[in-house]
Write a protein that binds this ligand. Sequence first.
Ligand SMILES: [Zn+2]
Ligand SMILES: [Zn+2]
Length: 610
Amino acid sequence: MRADLAAMTPEALAALANVGLVKRAQREIEGGQGPVVHEEEGGVVVATFPDGISTRLLPGHALKDTPCGCGAKSVCRHRVAAVLVYAAGAGSETRPPWQIGSEELLVWLGERASLVDAAEAAGVDVELGTSPPIARFSGCAVRFLAGADLGHARCDCASTRCVHVPLAVRAFWRLSAEARSRGGGQVRLGPPPRPTIPASVLDGVEGLLGKTLARGLADARGLAQAREEVRARLKEYPWLDGLFEDIEAQRVAWESRSALHDAGEVRRLLAEGWARARAARSGGDPAALLGLGEPLEVPLERARLISLGARLSAAGTARSLEVLFWDGASVVSWSISIPDKVDPSTMISVAGTPLGVMAGGQILSRHLVRLARRTIEVRRGRDTTVVPQRGDWGDIPAPFGFSGPAALFTDEASRPPSFLRPRARTAALRVVATNGGVQGLSWSPGRQTLSGWIEEGGAELRLERAHEWFAPGAIAALAEALPAARYVSGWLRESRGGRVLEPIAVVTDRVVVPDLSPAAPIPALPVAAPEARDLLGAALGRLESALDALAQDGVLAARIPPLAPALSAVGLRAMAATYSRLEAARAAGDLGEATQAWADAAIQAALARA
Ligand SMILES: [Zn+2]
Ligand SMILES: [Zn+2]
């Protein structure tokens, strides 16, 4: 019994040949001109026609490859008629595709199995019909022309590496018996689909970024209502919402002449907004890009927060201290402002403990809340204690903790540029083991900067820390602790074409927090060799200044110098072309094109620094 032929319907035959041939063969059979068919041993079906022509349907051969007495090289009406008559005579039920065994499928697949697994792992939706068996994918359909006979399954995708037939079989396996009896249903193979962000939300985001750039931050006050309308739709997307919050904070700082205003930060925020919106529009993961699904508040029950150091900062004369902690899963940040004339290391804030002790120890608390951007709040003061720590930072995993520079660089290279990463306050904090201390400490009197490096098998991570008036003991404390360091924690930054760690704590036989160390003169250190002139960085800096001016005063309004030749001269040709586009759009008064060119240039500049 030839199950493959018995299962052939006229529709299936039409897919192998064409409808015209099938119709003609059917007419001839009805008119008494059909063949007499018998099956020989070995499954050869022989059909003999009234005019003497004979067709042999060989098992394991496609219809076009089986011989026919008419001599045709392709499927002819004889072969079609032979199958029709045989199938009508066989009349028996064939095995459906969902009865294909997993072993059977595996043997048939051979080396292609891994391709099919990969396609399934990416996630596929399949719409199944059971009579006749058909599986529809988004761009093609698989027909099982002879039921479970895989040699007669046909996909119309025209791909030489088609994986749809085996995917269809796997989908049929998942189809419930109930759906089968209903005649079919939908099956999802692999992981559930990623949520998509509505285009209208991204339109709103890009629209608001565009309006801000059109007016310039200096005149963005009138955008309050537009901003509230857009932000009302961003509650589920905390990264985007936080971005507009930061842009607004920059506007307020500019208006109040606060030292917190930073033109470069305004440019980076606007560029980040466009980069995130564009990446989400082209199918990027909204959870990673926009923070979709990120909880706004997570209570930390019985938290143990190990301090990883602290950093003072100042805006004008107003100082604040940020303490960074490892909470067992992530790095979190806690900030406090330091009143005038108060020594931050002796200031009491949590659990009756001076900040200098807390920043070198750990907090045990039941009243902490972690917010979306990885900042924490202490909600009630009781049940919170500070105890010492031993500085065992070797257990902190990537992407925060590393056994050395090589592991750190490998991890960095595997991740998207920093402006597309989760928008956590603490995303750039790193803990690196030194493998024998920080080497080559030197002092640059011109830049007022201490530098050194951590070396590991040829990989070198540079450390840099500038002297600041509000941390008068930091350089001396670092100069003493770094040569004996077991671990260094700090902010990983981009500086002049390379990654640099700005230290905030050093583990020797204790935890040293340089920002909270007593004031001390800068010790005698080897003087750093003068830096080579950085032509690329200088050209990039001029581009950034021009973009800053446009973001401040309006993309069509501010004056900018011609920079394309200078950018080309140092090899930044794509940036030069974008800059020329920006100049042309401004000259033509084309706001839309100028806005897009500004965004392109700002993203290119950010990538060059990443
Ligand atoms: Zn023929
Ligand atoms: Zn296919």
